[in-house]
Design a protein around this ligand. Structure first.
Ligand SMILES: Nc1ncnc2c1ncn2[C@@H]1O[C@H](COP(=O)(O)OP(=O)(O)O)[C@@H](O)[C@H]1O
Ligand SMILES: [Mg+2]
Length: 312
């Protein structure tokens, strides 16, 4: 091994509901990383945390390719901080905030980032059908506080289906969001950088007609969803959505990179959520946006590693 090889720990797998997605991304990241620059060792946090701790002194940087709990929520970030291993993207604070859809919403609102009207519904506390009808109207979208990849999420079109959908969300989390359903064009805004943040071109997401929304299958079945980058929006709406992506990144204390999901209804934009470890297969949304900004997949990985090493 040459003197200058950087020793990279590639973390993928893990224990969350998105384990399979993580393994797939991890394989592609492994393929794409420049083997002339990096000596890569893989770790699956489900099994390999003791080995990672033992190896800490010989690791220069970690790439966290994990989604959901115990990967994207600040816990693995804290573990790596304790081991003094730098890693790409958000730290403990930003990760823990962004994984929580309710706290994220509260911060967006504080920073004047527009969100869909919502109500928080807590397990064990009755939420009346009439309250939801009066405050939001139907349809509504129900989301558990923490899950990603549309897990536990449902769209309720009829008032009589509300309680069943709440019960389903409560299987995942004690609190969930009940959100007004916004009909519009779905876009995602990728952001890249440390102090100097760059908003990458927006990606427009069009789930196939057979999908009610951008659900787990639409997300991960090849060809199920059409993506167009840059999104077909006016320059004014594009600039506004990119500005919201930057603002969301800062509002949630994200670092390095992030990807904010939004729905555009005419000239109105609603921010849904911010992902701190966006999907990382070569055809995932973030790499597509990066490609449109001139970064190849492996060039993007170089950039993320560089940002990880120079984070303040
Ligand atoms: N308020 C909403 N109105 C319409 N569609 C929504 C709304 N919230 C979520 N969706 C749909 O559900 C998908 C997943 O929601 P999101 O908030 O991005 O959570 P996650 O991606 O973590 O599951 C979105 O990509 C979108 O297709
Ligand atoms: Mg999303």
């Amino acid at each position: 091994m040459s003197e200058k090889m950087m020793r990279v720990a590639l973390l993928c797998g893990g224990k969350s509901a998105e384990r399979e997605v993580s393994l797939k991304s991890g394989n592609q990241v492994f393929q794409a990383l420049d083997k002339s620059r990096y000596a890569i060792t893989r770790y699956d946090p489900r099994d390999d945390l003791p080995r990672l701790a033992r190896d800490a002194d010989s690791i220069d940087v970690a790439l966290i390719i994990l989604h959901g709990r115990l990967g994207e929520d600040g816990t693995i970030q804290g573990f790596l901080d304790s081991l003094e291993i730098p890693y790409q993207g958000s730290g403990v604070l930003g990760s823990a905030i962004a994984i929580n859809k309710i706290i994220s919403k509260e911060l967006y609102v504080q920073k004047e980032i527009p969100v869909a009207p919502y109500v928080v519904a807590e397990r064990g506390k009755e939420v009346s059908d009439e309250k939801i009808l009066k405050e939001l109207g139907f349809p509504v979208v129900i989301k558990p506080e923490h899950e990603g990849s549309s897990i536990g999420l449902s769209i309720v079109r009829k008032i009589e289906d509300l309680q069943k959908a709440l019960e389903k969300a409560w299987e995942f989390d004690a609190r969930c969001l009940v959100e007004k359903f916004i009909e519009g064009i779905e876009v995602t805004g990728a952001v890249l950088g440390n102090e100097e943040l760059e908003a990458l071109p927006l990606v427009e997401i069009i789930p196939g007609k057979e999908y009610e929304f951008f659900d787990y299958e639409a997300k991960y079945t090849p060809g199920a969803t059409k993506e167009i980058c840059p999104a077909r929006l006016s320059p004014e709406v594009t600039a506004k959505a990119q500005e919201y992506a930057l603002r969301a990144h800062r509002a949630l204390h994200c670092k390095g990179y992030s990807r904010t999901d939004m729905i555009v209804d005419g000239s109105d934009i609603y921010v849904l959520e911010t992902n701190t470890i966006p999907g990382m297969t070569e055809t995932s949304l973030y790499p597509q946006a990066a490609q449109a900004a001139g970064y190849s997949f492996s060039g993007l990985l170089d950039k993320l590693i560089e940002l990880a090493l120079h984070r303040s």
